[in-house]
Design a protein. Structure first.
Length: 170
């Protein structure tokens, strides 16, 4: 374009330096040529799963690349343990015996134990969601979690009522 062109902004663009080969990363860190750190690979796209280019930018590669932990699911064993524990607490509260020990143990199982197991499930599930590239969970996992919470609430209420009823009759 001629210098009389009002849309010629070439003089305001920085001068380009020749880029280093894709496998030469040491020159980019020492400042021999300026790079943004977001250059595409020689395949023409950003390939984050390629362990050859898994660089943190701080001079070392991460301990585990995304390619090694690609697929994951929810830790359902913790959820099943919470539902079973809450169910046992509910059954202990529904027993036709007049034993405060059974009701107290049922309250402990249905309350703090089941809620603690649900907390561990949610903590592990959040960790798995953050760690895995592809995380999927079946629809029944949500229903089982809600059922475990409902069982826990019922066990707490029933066992607390039975303990209060026992104390009132003494």
């Amino acid at each position: 374009m001629s210098s009389d062109d009002p849309f010629d902004f070439g003089r305001f663009q920085p001068r380009r330096t020749p880029a280093a080969p894709p496998d030469d990363r040491s020159s980019a860190r020492t400042g021999e040529h300026a790079t943004s750190g977001f250059e595409a690979t020689d395949r023409g796209r950003f390939d984050l799963l390629d362990p050859g280019i898994a660089d943190t930018g701080f001079g070392e590669a991460p301990a585990a690349t995304l390619a090694s932990d690609a697929v994951g699911g929810p830790p359902v064993s913790w959820l099943i343990a919470a539902a079973v524990t809450a169910g046992i607490g509910l059954v202990l509260g529904a027993l036709p015996v007049n034993s405060v020990a059974a009701y107290g143990f049922g309250w402990l199982l249905g309350g703090p134990a089941a809620i603690g197991l649900l907390a561990v499930f949610n903590l592990r599930r959040t960790d798995y969601q953050a760690r895995f590239v592809y995380y999927g969970e079946p629809a029944w996992v949500g229903w089982l979690a809600r059922s475990a919470i409902a069982l826990s609430a019922l066990a707490i209420v029933l066992d607390a009522f039975r303990i209060a009823d026992w104390a009132a009759r003494r």
